[in-house]
Design a protein around this ligand. Sequence first.
Ligand code: COA
Length: 706
Amino acid sequence: MNSPSVVTLHVAGDVALLSIDRPPVNAISAEVTAALAAALDRFDAQRDARALVICCKGRTFVAGGDIGEFDAAGFSTQPLNRVLARIEGSPHIVVAAMHGSVLGGGLELALACHYRVALPGTRFGFPEVKLGLLPGSLGTQRLPRLTGVGVALDMILGGKPLSAEAAVAIGIVDEIRDADPADAGLAYAQSLLARSAKPRRTSELAVPAFDAAVFGQRRAEIAERARKYPALECIVRAIEAAATLPFVQGEALEAAFFEQCRQSPQSKAMRHLFFAQREAARTPAAEPKPQPRRVDSVGVVGAGTMGSGIAIAIAGAGIAVTLADSSADSLARGLGNVRTTFEAGAAKGRMSVDEAGECVARVQGTLALGDLRGCDVVIEAVFEDMALKRDIAAALGSVCKPGAILATNTSTLDVDALAEASGRAADFLGMHFFSPANVMRLLEVVRGAATAPDVLATVMELARRIGKQPVVSGVCYGFIGNRMLEPYLREAECLLLEGASASAIDAALESLGLAMGPLRMLDLAGVDVAAKVVIERDKAGALPPDRAYRVVARRLFELGRHGQKTGAGFYRYEGRTALPDAALAAVTRELAQAAGVMRRESIASEEIVERCLYPLINEGVRLMEEGIACRPGDIDVVYTSGYGFPDFRGGPLWMADAIGLRHIVERLDDYARSTGNRYGYWTVCDTLRRYANEGLRLSDWRKPGA
Ligand code: COA
């Protein structure tokens, strides 16, 4: 018998029950496929069985094919497709009994069954597009036959899951039953037998009538994105094949498109991120695994944009929040922001009006820090000022209950110094949210030198509960994201001084797929905010002795050009539209002259990309070398979830492997030679050089000694 543990078959009278049991999500691996085939053999050998119910143990029905196997050289969807053909071809009725997340290969398995019953709350979808793929086990062929072409295009191109009710409405679920999955399936199979139901084979259905223009319309809609995500065009073509060709021909085309996408660099990058995101959310190197502390209530200090955004994120996840501010006006504004955000969410249909009301009621305001004494976690989110933050850390240290976790939302200050000020360094850490905190998924969790393992574990768990993507960083200036951004922005400004236009710089980087080039990003985030950080670092003696260092941002700040919010920064703005501004060219010309920077007629976009991106990559490797970042995947997750780096490139370090480390090192060395490297800007870090020399890839990175 083949792998009895992952698939079991129990025959009870005339109905057999096939259960898949492969935690955590019953993903279909080669082993599961083989075990399914063996179970079907046993079912076929049963004389009395007249129906088969397929269900899953654990938290969900099959949530997809095993993504971890997609990289294997000989991977093929054919063995599973043959199993699905056997299920569909069975002379006895086959019922899928589903719960949890019925995704990808799980939904394809269900579509091969003759009847489908689901528990309330089950979700159905084809998320392959988010991995740069299309369904590879006949999802593109069976779904349109059941639902029609339009719904199939929506579901497979969109990748968003549907509710059980919506699944009934589009015809992929026959009934919703509130019972244990096996019981629901067995009872439903009995009712089908009682009415002498016959097998229904989706592949034998004709696709419902459709307007042939639909494919042209969809192609036009996706044209722009399809340049970055080739799977989109493959999806349209596969569904078009389902609608216009016999099943077997559609099947062959789907298989060819799936293989093409599986091998594409875009899909490999997106699959890398799928696992990197989940790995980043795990507390690194904590053995034995610490028990997280209980979190029922959170305090937030500072009711500004950041503090109220954090309160919204936490209250939205069902956790009580006390929002504290020393000013009654700020507190009222912050609470107003909480209310309007939830009300807008209800108006957009994201939640009911009642749910919005409950979320608003979960946030209590106070003017007294003492009211935070009962909170399990307190997050300080006041203005970025060391003296103020130090005072608040000390006050929280004396006010909060023993065992409370104290966090600072600083983006630039020394978390260890604040931890010391609190008098409870073991309970202290950084939680670096990104603005707007209720929208942006990234959360850098900054582990201080003394942070206790269970404190870190608690905050990682809290991050997951509030829908954030946590990544652990050590303490250093800028943590992972902003520290890597520093050389990137430095070079963008140097290029301006040398004569490149703002739009040429942004266009070069946006051509890689970045959501926004460096200068548009600074304009959006606020040139004042960026300049103040540079000014503070200058005062602290932390800048290189380079007269040209980030002078453009500093001068724009002096000129009141604070970016989009003041109508001018690196660009001038009409509404949100950035327009080239001759005034900027005048500023950069004058600054270049003062700093003795030679100007050039034109700068190639290749040079712009190399000079901005390669030092950012070099800094990322240095962060791993220093132990600030734990894994290359963590850095990729920071950049793709917080900095608009394109997912189809997998993040900066995944992209570095794709470019070739040797090439990157050669280019950095070349810039070092041509510029003289007075300030060490082009010095390649030891690890990057070693990896390049030894022909290694960053994705093979292991901590030295591990
Ligand atoms: N293949 C392999 N592993 C998978 C998987 C899949 N299709 N889906 C989930 N997993 C693994 C995750 O890597 C994670 O492993 P870890 O605990 O070792 O990190 C574990 O299952 C739990 O997944 P996670 O996403 O952390 O749990 P969740 O409860 O938040 O979400 C799902 C569950 C199923 C909704 C989510 O995992 C998901 O969307 N999976 C992908 C589904 C998919 O794309 N299917 C089509 C594949 S072609």
